[in-house]
Ligand binder design. Sequence first.
Ligand code: FES
Length: 501
Amino acid sequence: MTPRATDSLWIDKAPATSYPSLERDLEVDVAVIGGGIAGVTTALFCKQEGLRVAVLEKGVISGAATGMSTAKASALQESLLSEVRRIAGKDALLAYAHANVAALERMDALVREHSIDCSWERLPDYTYAAEESQVSTVEQIVEAGQEAGLPVERVTDVPLPFDVPAAARLDGQAQFQPATYTRALAALVDGDGSAVYESTMVTGLSEGAPHEVRVEGGVTVRAKHVVVATQYPLLDRGVFFARLEATRSYIVAGRVKDVPAPDAMLITAGQPTRSLRRWGDWLLIGGEGHQTGASKADPERYEQLIEFGREHFGITDFPYRWSTQDGMPIDHVPYIGRYHPRAEGLWVAGGFQKWGMTNGTVAAMVLSDLIAGRENPYAAELDPNRARVRSAPKLAQVNMLVGLHFFGDRLTPADASSSDEVPAGEARVVRSGVGKVGVYRDESGGLHAVSLRCTHLGCLTKWNDAERSWDCPCHGSRFDIDGKVLAGPAVKPLEPREPPA
Ligand code: FES
């Protein structure tokens, strides 16, 4: 049997953090919800504006999407440039590409200015056609990149141990250790009237002057500005759940000592996705993405990536495997700006579509400008309250699927009629009267039973066997075996249930 997920390589190897949880009411200029790269960098830039900030992170700094990334800081981004051009148009393409280039340079400057020891390396990034049918995608990427003014080239010589028919190449991009980087920035935020809090779960928000952010345990943070940087926006006032598709993807890290591995970042131009980057004696291989909760998340997905590493690089030892999640905006442009059209001092950053290293930094640059009352050249195209006609079919498709899950999943029969049928280390949906309950049996035989009803908008969660979690197919909320929230937009746990006899 393929082992299930481990911690990510990055989180395991980064210096640990020990910020306190927030235990008392607080008043600051800017409250930032979310301690990933977007939240922490926004907090730092706001502090540099002379503002008092507080970062509120429900787990540990960079413990979610940032610490689970492949950590490529690149403006090439697989086929996103051509997708942005196709759906959002040329102005959006220019803003998106230039913002990402500017973010890359800002990160480079931060690393040098603060001597951050995060293995920052400038390297070429390639999007390659794994077969002839992907060549036209590569050509569109080259065209879109050049239209945006980036020196993207079409090449056939690619640092891989197999031939490819074509690739798009962009030099001077970067890879790094994301948890070390983000934790170094968090250390710069903490102190002098600003603070970082971990194990601090936000459960609600009242808009006003100041805004009031409610934290689990009855504590309140009052702030003139609130930034929601939780990857998939919590406390959904901008109806982001209707405009973002939550997707999961998987990563394995294998030891490549004495094994030739590329000194470049690479990703396929089509399916199945294979994303590669090296870190010292490690090669990371990512891919196997799917919509959260909608397709089966099982350990076999790791096996597919491991097989790729064995076949092409001869790697035999894969001690790390983990998965990650991100929101895909319907027009392929992140949502960065005002949370909703009437919001005053309430900001959001999300929808980074798996390219959150530069996009998270773009968010920090844009939001810190807007909070300081300055114009930002990228803000209009990234505005969360935009509407684009060409994204309407995708909007309809995403929401039709949500409707299908909401109603259809209720009609799906349970897969066990009693908790006795649940094997150790596995979960089943067990019939309970006229309803269904999610039951997991741990290795020592203990039963953990929860309501399947997602506390966001009521879709039924599904078991994720790769990571032992209950995942919602509608907007990607995730819950642990006892119902605790692992990922939003939900902020409340699944209700506990008695295991059906
Ligand atoms: Fe929206 Fe579950 S995440 S209903």
